[in-house]
Design a protein around this ligand. Structure first.
Ligand SMILES: [Ca+2]
Length: 173
C-alpha cells in the first residue's frame, strides 16, 4: 500500500500559502524594506505604518525578489499585494519559477521558459493581484523590468508538493 506524503493537505482556495515565512532574498535593500517582509503573513499596504513591505533600490534595472520554498512544488498561482502609494511601480514584471538557487552575484538569471506569468499594467494601488503560475520548482521570483524600485507588501504562493515521497505501510503489526 502506498500513500502520498502530502495526503490530507488542503486543496483549492483553502490551500496553505507555501511561501509563508520561507527564506526570501532580493537584489538589494532600501528604506529597511527587507525581503522577508513579503512573506511575514502581513498584507498591510501602508509602508511606514506596517513595516511589512519590501523595497529595493532603484538600481540599474531588473530588480528582483525571490523566495526559497525549500522543496519542489507544483505551483498553481501567486498573489501579490501592492503598496498604497506609488502603486504604479508594481508593473512590467515577470514571475519566474526555478529549480536551483537563481542568483549569481546581484543578478537573477532566467530564461523565457522559466516565466510562468507576466504583468505589464500596474497592480492596483493598495490592492492585490492573483496570477496563474503553473510550473514546478523550488524558487519563485518576481523580476521587474526598468530602473524603478520593486516593492511587495506580501507574496502568497499556492501549490502542492511536486514530488511525493512514497513509503510502504507494513500491515503485519
Ligand atoms: Ca508583509
Amino acid at each position: 500500500m502506498f500513500l502520498p506524503w502530502s495526503s490530507g493537505r488542503p486543496t483549492g482556495a483553502n490551500a496553505a500559502n507555501i511561501a509563508f515565512k520561507k527564506p526570501a532574498m532580493q537584489r538589494d535593500n532600501d528604506y529597511k524594506g527587507y525581503a522577508a517582509k513579503a512573506v511575514d503573513g502581513d498584507t498591510e499596504a501602508n509602508y511606514f505604518k506596517g513595516q511589512s513591505c519590501t523595497h529595493t533600490q532603484a538600481g540599474l534595472g531588473n530588480n528582483w525578489w525571490a523566495v526559497d520554498l525549500q522543496a519542489r512544488y507544483s505551483i498553481s498561482s501567486v498573489v501579490l499585494y501592492n503598496r498604497n502609494l506609488y502603486g504604479e511601480r508594481l508593473s512590467n514584471f515577470d514571475v519566474v519559477v526555478l529549480n536551483s538557487q537563481p542568483v549569481t552575484g546581484t543578478n537573477l538569471l532566467y530564461t523565457k521558459s522559466q516565466v510562468c506569468a507576466h504583468q505589464d499594467t500596474p497592480v492596483k494601488t493598495g490592492g492585490f493581484k492573483r496570477l496563474a503560475c503553473t510550473k514546478k520548482g523550488r524558487f519563485l521570483a518576481i523580476v521587474k523590468s526598468g530602473k524603478t524600485y520593486l516593492t511587495l507588501c506580501e507574496v502568497q504562493v499556492f501549490g502542492e508538493l511536486g514530488e511525493y515521497i512514497l513509503f510502504t505501510v507494513d500491515s503485519s503489526f
